[in-house]
Design a protein around this ligand. Structure first.
Ligand code: FMN
Length: 303
């Protein structure tokens, strides 16, 4: 399985010059729930640090309402959720102060096979352009998908996991490193990209409100009092503030069906059912399948 990525809108791309200065202070922001987007974001930060840049890396929600004009380059990354980027990433970008013609870049991580992910990366750039940013590049990086309804003990017991279940690998990280270099080249040369969207059937699914339909299909969503250890991970990971572990309560009205709680619970204590079977999360999947995600060497040295 090859790792798919693009460094801009390759077809229909028009390059326009803009007044650029050598980047010094650069910002990498991500939203990440099962860690893939965060690893790629940190890797890009590490590559840029090695190039001598002052790099700030952070979870995007720390930058709500912020003014980013002290940076010479801003990169924003998110996972693809339901053929789109998560709503709270959009909220964070919309909350930023107006950008003073700062070069901006984006990437998404994704796990599905559909080929619609380019549009999600475009959405980040569109929002940043509306804020006054100048789009200089975008990419998509494929890895294991973290969508619990698609796996169960039968599918994962097969020794032949589908190709992306072995990702990210060194090839993925090389693509990420190359993207980091590409962005700096773009800025150095004062180049920008044209942001476009591809028309795909999958994309049409975004108009039928996938969160509503998923919620309808998930019959139970609660916390198992007997196994919960009150570690607070589910509360921390929930972007909708829908969970109160001290009371073992999930507010289903607030929930945005991101699976952040079940995917990260270390005890498998979140109870969700789908098509009559109990789901288990991404951490539990890794445990049951004995999969370890190998981080790129740049990050291993640091930790
Ligand atoms: C709620 C949800 C919806 C998803 N929808 C899509 C999708 O539409 N297309 C896709 O390629 N991957 C989809 N995925 C897979 C994620 O994009 C993928 O696992 C991503 O790398 C997660 O990033 P993270 O580890 O940084 O949280 C979805 C995952 C979740 C949890």
């Amino acid at each position: 399985m090859s790792n798919l990525f693009v460094f801009g809108c390759i077809s229909d791309s028009k390059i326009h010059a803009y007044k650029s200065k050598e980047p010094k202070n650069v910002l990498v922001l991500w939203f990440s729930q099962t860690g893939h987007t965060e690893i790629y974001g940190k890797l890009i930060g590490a590559v840029w640090e090695k190039m001598g840049l002052n790099v700030t890396c952070s979870e995007i929600r720390e930058f709500y309402n912020k003014n980013l004009n002290e940076y010479d380059l801003v990169l924003i990354a998110a996972p693809v959720f339901n053929y789109d980027i998560p709503g709270y990433v959009k909220d964070c970008i919309n909350s930023l102060k107006q950008l003073n013609e700062i070069p901006v870049a984006s990437f998404v991580s994704y796990g599905g096979p559909e080929g619609d992910q380019h549009n999600a990366a475009s959405i980040i750039l569109e929002l940043l352009s509306e804020k006054g940013g100048i789009p200089v590049g975008m990419a998509t990086f494929m890895n294991m998908g973290a969508y619990p309804p698609v796996w169960d003990d039968n599918t994962i017991s097969s020794p032949d996991l589908p190709g992306n279940k072995t990702l990210p690998d060194e090839e993925t990280y090389n693509s990420v490193r190359a993207f980091a270099g590409f962005i700096i080249d773009q800025v150095g040369q004062g180049k920008r990209i044209e942001v476009d969207k591809h028309i795909t059937l999958r994309r049409l699914a975004t108009v039928i409100n996938p969160i509503f339909w998923t919620k309808l299909a998930i019959k139970k969503h609660s916390i198992d009092k007997d196994t919960c250890i009150q570690c607070g991970t589910c509360k921390k990971k929930c972007p909708a503030n829908a969970i109160d572990p001290s009371e073992y309560v999930v507010n289903r009205d607030r929930c945005v069906m991101c699976f952040g709680c079940i995917n990260n619970c270390p005890q498998n204590a979140i109870i969700m059912t789908y098509s009559g079977r109990r789901l288990f999360g991404f951490k539990e999947l890794l445990k049951r399948k004995n999969i370890k995600i190998k981080e790129p060497e740049e990050l291993q040295v640091k930790s």
